[in-house]
Structure formats: structure tokens, C-alpha cells
Design a protein around this ligand. Sequence first.
Ligand code: C5P
Length: 242
Amino acid sequence: MSRKTPIYEGKAKVLYEGTEPGTIIQYFKDDATAFNAQKRGTIAGKGVLNNMITEFVMTRLAEIGIPTHFIRRLNMREQLCRKCEIVPIEVVVRNIVAGSMAKRLGLEEGERLPRPIVEFYYKDDDLGDPLVSDEHILALGWASAEELEEIVGMTLRVNDYLCGLMRGIGIKLVDFKLEFGRVWEGDFAHLVLADEFSPDNCRLWDAETNEKMDKDRFRRDMGGVEEAYQEVARRLGVLPES
Ligand code: C5P
């Protein structure tokens, strides 16, 4: 690790300069934060599991035609990705009411929505990632109208596909967060799905028992966090041999 040049250290990942031009390395840490880093901890083995789960999901999504930044997994904690300019928006899709939506609107957690809802949050830790509308995004120039349309289209396709994939392994996909990036080729940029897809940034409930299998176990001090992440990896068929 020490031989590589760090570009950015986030809450759960470190990004290094990649080994090939136009690439970065995502290193997955065991560190976990919640409530805009007010709560901190570690989840043993999380980095390894999130690396495997993200590889699996990004590979499946590429197969259905979603462009992603993922190139290949390098080892247990690192993956090689295309370098991109992150669009400063967190895109959240909700299928079932939970988390901040339940709180904000005074709704019961667990109510299935009549259709998926797409929300946007402005990526800014100091502001606590505020909820914004497409109007803010366009007026403030965070993305163009064409980009936003493409982002929403890709997000809904990802949701459709992953709902089915999760249903097949007895999991309800309650909600999740995606990030997108621009890969520049000369003056032209195309969008790719970036960051990660793991139990850190989605809500997964067991289809039979509604038991939580995601970071809410850490956020809400429910215990069994490592086991929940392992169970997701096991059902996806990517649990590394110990
Ligand atoms: O907290 P909230 O209900 O808005 O979260 C919606 C979804 O987005 C959850 O799956 C959560 O894990 C994810 N999320 C995230 N990063 C954030 C905020 C939310 O991955 N900064």
C-alpha cells in the first residue's frame, strides 16, 4: 500500500493512483461511519466483503449494458477502476419506505411504495449531503439536462435488475445510493456508474423475516453486523474462503 500515491481518503475507502494511465485503485477499508461521521467504528472484514460484492454487482450491471468504472479486482481489498470526475450528486432509489424518508415524512418504515422514487442529495460532507431537486442540479450546473436524464434512466435500470437479482436470493432491495462519474475523452465526457455497491450503501431485508442485512445494523447498534455482510456475500456466491 505504501508504494502507491493516495489521491483521496474517504470514510470507507482510499483511492490511489492506478497502475495504468487513466485508472485509480479503490481500497476498501473496514472503517464504518454513520450520521455524517458522528458515529465511527470498524466492521471486521467489511472491506474484503464490500470489494467482492461490488465486483459482483458491477460485473453483472456491465453485462446488462450499464457502463461502470470497474475494470477488475486486484486482490482481497483493492479493485482497479477507470478514473472519472464524480458528479457531485448522490442518487438514492427507494422501493420501500425506510431511513431518512420515513423520518422526514413521518411514514412507517416498511411500507412498499407504488413505484420507485428517485431522490438527489448534494454531495457535501460539511452540509450533511442535503436533499436537492433536479431544479437545483440544473440551475447550479452540477449536471446537464442530458446527463441527468441519463443518470435517472441508468438508475432505474439498475434498480429493476438488482431488485430481481436480490429477490432470487431471498432479499428485498429496500433502497440504495449510486454515484456517477464523467470519463473524459477529449472534449467529450461519457457517464459511468462509479463508487461501490455494497451493504454500506443499500438497505437489504431478508424476504421472509424482514431482518436487516446492511449497515443499519451498525447505525442502530443492532449487533451481528459482520454476520449480515457475510450472509449477503454468501447468498450472492462471493463469500471468500476463510
Ligand atoms: O439515510 P437514507 O434513508 O436517506 O439512505 C437511503 C439509502 O442511501 C440507504 O441505503 C443508505 O445506505 C444510502 N446512503 C448512502 N450514503 C449516504 C446516504 C445514504 O449510501 N451518504
